[in-house]
Design a protein around this ligand. Structure first.
Ligand code: MN3
Length: 201
């Protein structure tokens, strides 16, 4: 049985970047539906009782279980997305990232610009990610529901939901404004630092 994680902040905590209305619908309707459908699909199967990451890894690439993969992956992605944001977010990561940023992107601004470009440039529904791969930082975008750990050894550090439901009420079709507001004012670099420490243990 998969449960819907509570939002780690109040519905209005991310305003004005993300409105109370968007956050309430996104968590209580969209995310909740992915959790509910995952539970329906695993009931009475060998995956009942498995955690989301196990379900995702066991169904990835299996056309006959694509529906379950999509629902479980979206359930996982959204839990990660809520933690990738913070009312006190934005700004720059701490010094744990200095060498990684210098080596991979020539500094924080390089990574920021690459993340903006990936999130804006992704065609259709999907996700933009900051990942750790082979010991280096990388920016990725994935399509529809795919989490980055389904592609090689990518360890996700942060994500941005670029499905229209994440921003349409607040920004209509202007995805770039949503992306820049989230990155510059709400991205939770403390969460990224915790994920980085866990990946290096
Ligand atoms: Mn979403």
């Amino acid at each position: 049985m998969i449960t819907l994680p509570a939002l780690p902040y109040a519905y209005d905590a991310l305003e004005p970047c993300i409105s109370r209305r968007t956050l309430a619908l996104h968590h209580d309707k969209h995310h909740a539906a992915y959790v509910d459908k995952t539970n329906e699909l695993i009931e009475g199967t060998a995956l009942a009782g498995a955690d989301l990451e196990t379900i995702i890894r066991r169904t990835h690439g299996d056309e006959s279980r694509k529906q379950l993969f999509n629902q479980a992956a979206q359930a996982w992605n959204h839990g990660f997305y809520w933690r990738s944001l913070s009312p006190e977010g934005g700004g720059k990561p701490d010094e744990a990232f200095d060498t990684l940023l210098a080596d991979g992107f020539g500094g924080f601004e390089g990574l920021r610009d690459a993340l903006v470009e990936a999130a804006i440039g992704h065609f259709g529904s999907g996700w933009a990610w900051v990942t750790l791969e082979g010991g280096a930082l990388r920016i990725r975008d994935t399509h529809d529901a795919v989490p980055p750990f389904c592609e090689g050894d990518a360890v996700p550090l942060l994500c941005i939901d670029v499905w229209e439901h994440a921003y349409y009420l607040d920004y209509q079709n202007v995805r770039p404004d949503y992306v820049k507001a989230v990155i510059d004012e709400r991205l939770n670099w403390e969460f990224a630092a915790a994920n980085l420490r866990a990946a290096r243990r």
